[in-house]
Design a protein around this ligand. Structure first.
Ligand SMILES: [Zn+2]
Length: 286
C-alpha cells in the first residue's frame, strides 16, 4: 500500500533513531517465583485428572491453587489456545498484553501468566517446557506466544466474507457456556486474548507482520504450569492444527490435546502462599 503522503525526515533523523532502547518494565523488582520450591514439588506429583480436547473444539478444566497442570501433545502437531480465569470470578482473567510487556513475546520456564486490572497477580507460573530447546530461529520465530489474539469468526468474515464456526474464539465460547450455563451472548465477552501454546510465531523482518509457521511440537511434548490461584481454564485445539498453513477453516489436519492435572505432596510447598491481588489503592488521583 502506498502512503498517502511521505513526511521528509528531519536533518537529525539518524541521531533520533539512534536513541538507546530501554526495557519498559525491568524485572529487577518483579516478585519472582521460587523455582527451587516448584522443582522440588514437581518431583512429588500425582495425577488426579485428565481432559482430552478434540480438534476444532475446546474444553474447560479447573485447577486448585498449589496444583500443577500440563498441556500435552498426544497424536500429532497441534496448537492450543488457552484462556484462564479465576475459578470463582470470571472478571479476573489472563492479560496477554501485560504478560507480553513483562516477559516478552514468547513465554518459557519461569515466566508467569498475569491477570488483568485491578488484580494484576500471577495466575500461573510455567514450570517445565519441553520445547525450550527451540529458542528463536532464523526467521525470528519462537514457541508459545502472547502476540496473537485467537482465531475468530469476525476477522475471518472481514477478510474472507465466509462464516466459519470452529475458530478458537467460538470453541472457547461454547466450552465456557457449557461450563457456566450462561447464554452465548453473555459468555462471549469473557473469552479473551489467549496464550498460544505450542504455536510458532514471530514478526517478519521486512514488514513486521505477525507470521506463523509449522509448530515443532511432537507427541509427548508438554508445557507445565503451577496454579498460583484457583483456576478455571479453557483450551481450544486450533483449527489451524500445527498452524503451518492456515487457520479458520477445515483445511488443516487437527489432533487432540490433553490437559493433565497433578497434585504435589502439600509438604513440598510449605511456605508457599497464593498471591494476593494488586495492592494499588485504586484511588486514580481523585
Ligand atoms: Zn485458533
Amino acid at each position: 500500500m502506498k502512503p498517502i503522503a511521505q513526511t521528509p525526515p528531519p536533518a537529525d533523523a539518524d541521531t533520533r533513531r539512534a536513541a538507546k532502547p530501554v526495557i519498559a518494565y525491568p524485572l529487577d523488582t518483579l516478585p519472582r517465583p521460587d523455582m527451587d520450591a516448584y522443582t522440588k514439588a514437581r518431583e512429588t506429583l500425582e495425577k488426579i485428572e485428565e481432559v482430552v480436547v478434540l480438534p476444532r473444539n475446546a474444553k474447560t478444566f479447573t485447577v486448585k491453587a498449589g496444583n500443577f497442570f500440563r498441556i500435552i501433545s498426544i497424536d500429532g502437531p497441534q496448537v492450543g489456545d488457552l484462556n484462564l480465569w479465576s475459578a470463582d470470578n470470571l472478571s479476573e482473567r489472563f492479560y496477554s498484553g501485560k504478560t507480553r510487556a513483562l516477559h516478552g513475546t514468547h513465554l518459557g520456564t519461569g515466566d508467569r501468566l498475569w491477570s488483568g486490572f485491578p488484580y494484576l497477580r500471577p495466575m500461573a507460573t510455567i514450570t517445565r517446557d519441553t520445547l525450550d530447546w527451540y529458542g528463536f530461529d532464523a526467521d525470528g520465530a519462537g514457541v508459545h506466544d502472547v502476540i496473537g489474539t485467537r482465531c475468530d469468526p469476525y476477522t475471518n468474515c472481514l477478510l474472507s466474507g465466509q462464516e466459519y464456526h470452529h475458530c478458537c474464539h467460538s470453541n472457547l465460547t461454547r466450552a465456557l457456556a457449557a461450563e457456566t450455563g450462561l447464554p452465548l451472548d453473555q459468555t462471549e465477552p469473557h473469552v479473551h486474548d489467549v496464550f498460544n501454546v505450542f504455536m510458532c510465531t514471530g514478526f517478519t523482518h521486512d514488514t513486521h507482520q505477525y507470521f506463523m509457521k509449522a509448530s515443532p511440537v511432537r507427541p509427548g511434548d508438554f508445557l507445565e504450569f503451577f496454579a498460583e490461584i484457583d483456576l478455571l481454564g479453557a483450551l481450544s485445539a486450533c483449527p489451524g492444527g500445527d498452524c503451518g498453513a492456515e487457520h479458520s477453516s477445515d483445511a488443516a489436519t487437527g489432533y487432540p490435546l490433553k490437559v493433565e492435572i497433578f497434585r504435589p505432596d502439600p509438604k513440598a510447598l510449605a511456605g508457599w502462599s497464593s498471591p494476593a491481588p494488586s495492592g494499588y489503592s485504586r484511588n486514580h488521583g481523585i
